[in-house]
Design a binder for this molecule. Structure first.
Ligand SMILES: NC(=O)C1=CN([C@@H]2O[C@H](COP(=O)(O)OP(=O)(O)OC[C@H]3O[C@@H](n4cnc5c(N)ncnc54)[C@H](O)[C@@H]3O)[C@@H](O)[C@H]2O)C=CC1
Ligand SMILES: O=C(O)[C@@H]1CCC=N1
Length: 284
């Protein structure tokens, strides 16, 4: 199987799936004619995705599930069982399930569909612009070929980090959910900027460019975040005053707690689907 010839079915047409499709189409790694999408109820949403990305709507009477090389699961955990019931009797052991579903371990799929190659991934919505930071863990029936297919597909939407599956909850706390923290920060910087007199037209780009520049400095190995922060904040200067306020209002604790809470919730959501108790991991 090679990636350019693969046909891919996305199950679940929410924002995560759209972000992945958008990134994949922009990277041109697979022609849009080989991408199919399926959803539970909302047919309007499927039409919208079809016309936006020139992909296909999956119709079970036209295309058999066995035609897909990769099936991407992009639904909520509560919907997984109803889908597995349909897939159980249909899939063959060549077909790769690439699951981006939060909190469903690979062995949950493997117990339900014997010998099935499963790869679990935790992307983020920056897939939309090819800039996801995606964690990937490999199930026990996935071959090297499956791993390469998944890696290429996920690489087309950003950076890929192969991680032990035990790290998936904390990976979610940092990277899967991470964009939401940054958007929250940006929202509040926007409000403060407008209240301080900057125009609404200016503020959006200004905040985003500031965040983008800071991320690019770190990615470019110009220095650690700590050193780079100190470079901005001269003793007794305005930045130091701002950082002192951030700390005085619990900014440092708030950021850490956000990561811990997300990680805990992710672990908690694993419980109905897991054989091992990952809750212990978050107290390490
Ligand atoms: N949104 C995000 O930033 C990220 C989401 N994820 C995970 O990806 C998965 C999808 O996320 P979202 O798109 O945000 O969720 P969502 O809940 O917005 O979308 C899920 C979609 O699945 C569809 N669906 C439900 N049951 C179905 C079925 N039986 N057959 C076909 N379609 C079905 C729903 O109609 C809905 O459109 C979740 O497990 C989420 O935790 C992972 C990383 C990041
Ligand atoms: O919070 C959620 O439901 C998902 C998991 C990672 C990002 N969004």
């Amino acid at each position: 199987m090679n990636i350019q010839d693969s046909t891919v079915l996305f199950i679940g047409a929410g924002p995560m799936e759209e972000a992945m499709i958008s990134g994949i189409i922009q990277s041109a790694i697979i022609p849009s004619s080989q991408i199919y999408v399926n959803n539970k109820n909302n047919k309007v949403r499927l039409k919208e995705l079809q016309s936006k990305y020139h992909i296909n709507i999956f119709q079970s009477n036209e295309t058999h599930l066995s035609n897909f090389n990769v099936i991407v699961m992009a639904v909520q955990p509560k919907n997984i069982d109803e889908i597995l019931v349909q897939l159980q009797s249909t899939l063959n052991s060549e077909q790769l399930i690439l699951s981006v579903v939060t909190s469903i371990p690979t062995d949950y799929y493997e117990d339900k569909i014997e010998n099935q190659p499963i790869i679990r991934a935790m992307p983020n919505t920056s897939s939309m612009v090819g800039e996801s930071a995606t964690g990937m863990s490999v199930g026990k029936y996935a071959t090297n070929e499956h791993v390469e297919i998944a890696r290429m597909l996920l690489n087309s939407i950003g950076e890929v980090y192969v991680i032990p599956e035990d790290n998936m909850d904390i990976f979610t706390g940092i990277a899967g959910s991470g964009p939401a923290y940054f958007y929250y920060l940006m929202e509040h910087m926007e409000h403060a900027g407008v209240e301080g007199g900057l125009s609404e037209q200016l503020i959006r780009n200004l905040v985003a460019q500031t965040m983008y520049g800071a991320a690019k400095m770190v990615l470019g190995n110009i220095g650690s975040p700590e050193i780079l922060r100190k470079n901005v904040a001269a003793p007794g200067g305005p930045t130091e005053a701002g950082l002192m306020a951030l700390e005085a209002f619990g900014g440092n604790i708030a950021i850490k707690e956000a990561v811990i809470n997300t990680t805990k919730r992710s672990a908690e959501m694993n419980q109905p689907f897991t054989k091992f108790n990952s809750a212990s991991l978050i107290n390490k």
